[in-house]
Design a protein around this ligand. Structure first.
Ligand SMILES: Cc1cc2nc3c(=O)[nH]c(=O)nc-3n(C[C@H](O)[C@H](O)[C@H](O)COP(=O)(O)OP(=O)(O)OC[C@H]3O[C@@H](n4cnc5c(N)ncnc54)[C@H](O)[C@@H]3O)c2cc1C
Ligand SMILES: NC(=O)c1ccc[n+]([C@@H]2O[C@H](COP(=O)([O-])OP(=O)(O)OC[C@H]3O[C@@H](n4cnc5c(N)ncnc54)[C@H](O)[C@@H]3O)[C@@H](O)[C@H]2O)c1
Length: 471
């Protein structure tokens, strides 16, 4: 049996922990799937590599109102797909090879599924057959999350073929049409990608709007625009799925129930995008004595420590924010705490931003207006339209905006929410201001803002807030 100073389960953000500072430790890395985890292989990076060509394919739509007439001739899906994965698969292979190379002499890579069988004892079902049992002084649980497939007849039985984000990006050819189940981040981004490439999209959303965790004004605006681009069926539930075939093509028949009663929808492909659940169930947390929340998240304290001494957790496995920048931040915190057990640092979860890379783009940080109301938090609000800055005139943008919320007493920002061009970039000065405790007016007037850039949206929004009562 092998004993290690440190055992890391999962090579997403977990793989960023080993480095020169930990060279004195014997380290086991256990990975059940692709090296580099979700973001690299099936998440953030490939999706955004599809989003960019999707934007180019969709340019004609935006050009029309500006007097530029063009049309999309063809989308070389296999070419785009192979460019994306030609790069990513090589990075995956190189990452695995590096960890197994003489450069990482203190590291042993176990390709297989790890599961605790008792306190700090792990059994690994090896991909090349057999099992290994290892023990560790300390553990980092970085096992991520997986796509949830709802209990719907035909889906969980495996009777009907369907895709999740794990598989949809590798399909052989673009379908003529696709049905997408879900109204969240993944559904929004793939609906944008496929519709931009000319695929007829039907999105099934069980609630009254898409992206409902966002500020209500953004969710409403996004839903309106999505519905003008492709078919969005709101307040519609999927009751069952069966296979269909005809004309040499197979597909699915969806039984749905919506505001107008039951109906059926035929689609060539079905993408299920109904949330992700932490991979704690298959990790044997009870055997290790590690406590888990009801939703499957491993319970951690501010130092990313689990309920078992010497076992840390990070990322999607333990976080309420399933985002790569959060997993990376927590990995940095865990690394510090492994190195400095007497001077541990806490994770900073105060102002976590997120973006949806669809069209329109969305970015958000801090309190939504609904949350401020719910928390009975006094706030001042300013909605700054793209239509009222020069960069917005250039785009003939009439509908998009930045909404900022600030504390009326201190002038400190409480939240910022952007829907419109380059939202994920436009929002960054506001994340900066919140993280460093800078007052809205100081940020607006304490620096130059390049004219006539999109960043003037931020300057004008901040100037539009009332002066704080506290000087
Ligand atoms: C389609 C999609 C798009 C996304 N886009 C974005 C985005 O644009 N921006 C953003 O911030 N976030 C995005 N995310 C979320 C982001 O990918 C995750 O938050 C992040 O990758 C989580 O990192 P992690 O290290 O916690 O887990 P992961 O990267 O999932 O790593 C966990 C690893 O553990 C392995 N593992 C699990 N169980 C075991 C076990 N028992 N034994 C051994 N190994 C195991 C898994 O195989 C996996 O490789 C996206 C996610 C998806 C699915
Ligand atoms: N740009 C980004 O940062 C990005 C992109 C993609 C994913 N992600 C991360 O990955 C996570 C997972 O993405 P996601 O889109 O799967 O989850 P999500 O939580 O964003 O959305 C899930 C959607 O599925 C719906 N849903 C849940 N159960 C359902 C059911 N039984 N039937 C019908 N609809 C159902 C929900 O109402 C919601 O609309 C996100 O929360 C996000 O943290 C981030």
């Amino acid at each position: 049996m092998n004993h290690f100073d440190l055992v890391i389960i999962g090579t997403g953000s977990g793989n960023s922990i080993p480095g020169p500072e930990l060279e004195h430790l014997s380290i086991a890395i256990v990975e059940d799937n692709l090296f580099g985890g979700t973001c690299l292989n099936v998440g953030c990076i490939p999706t955004k590599m599809f989003v960019h060509p999707a934007e180019l394919a969709d340019a004609a739509r935006h050009g029309r109102s500006l007097g530029v007439s063009s049309h999309l001739d063809a989308v070389d899906w296999p070419g785009i797909r192979d460019r994306v994965f030609g790069r990513i698969d090589a990075i995956e292979a190189a990452g695995r090879a590096y960890r197994k190379s003489p450069e990482c002499q203190n590291i042993t890579v176990f390709a297989g599924h790890g599961r605790f069988i008792s306190h700090k004892r792990l059994t690994i079902s090896m991909h090349d057959g057999g099992t290994q049992v290892i023990t560790g002084e300390r553990f980092v649980l970085a096992a991520g999350s997986h796509a949830v497939v709802p209990e719907i007849a035909g889906l969980t039985s495996g009777a009907v073929p369907f895709h999740t984000s794990d598989t949809i990006m590798r399909i052989d050819r673009l379908p003529d049409n696709i049905a997408i189940l879900g109204g969240g981040f993944i559904a929004a981004e793939f609906a944008h990608i496929f519709s931009s490439f000319g695929v007829a999209v039907t999105q099934l959303v069980r609630g009254p709007a898409m992206l409902r965790q966002l500020d209500g004004d953004l969710s409403e605006q996004f839903t309106r625009e999505a519905a003008s681009r492709y078919e969005v069926l709101l307040e519609t539930t999927l009751e069952g799925v069966t296979s269909s075939s005809g004309d040499g093509r197979s597909g699915v028949v969806l039984e749905v129930k919506g505001p107008n009663g039951p109906g059926t929808i035929e689609a060539e492909l079905l993408l299920v995008a109904t949330g992700r659940r932490p991979n704690s169930d298959a990790l044997g947390m009870a055997a290790a004595g590690v406590e888990v929340h009801g939703d499957g998240r491993v319970r951690v304290d501010d130092y990313q420590r689990t309920s078992v001494e010497g076992i840390f957790a990070l990322g999607d496995l333990s976080s309420a924010h399933q985002l790569k920048h959060v997993a990376n931040h927590e990995a940095r915190v865990v690394k510090h705490n492994l190195l400095h057990p007497d001077e541990m640092m806490t994770a900073d979860h105060r102002f976590i931003p997120a973006a949806v890379f669809a069209d329109p783009q969305i970015a958000s940080v801090g309190l939504t207006e609904e949350q401020a109301i719910e928390a009975q938090r006094p706030y001042a609000v300013k909605v700054q339209k793209y239509a009222d800055i020069a960069a917005g005139w250039a785009r003939e943008d009439t509908v998009h905006f930045l909404k900022v919320l600030a504390d009326p007493t201190t002038g400190l920002l409480l939240g910022a929410h952007v829907i419109g061009p380059e939202a994920a970039t436009v929002i960054q000065p506001l994340i900066h201001a919140m993280s460093f405790g800078q007052r809205a007016l100081d940020v607006a007037r304490g620096q130059y803002w390049i004219h006539p850039a999109l960043s003037e949206l931020v300057e004008n929004a901040l100037l539009g807030l009332p002066e704080p009562t506290e000087q």
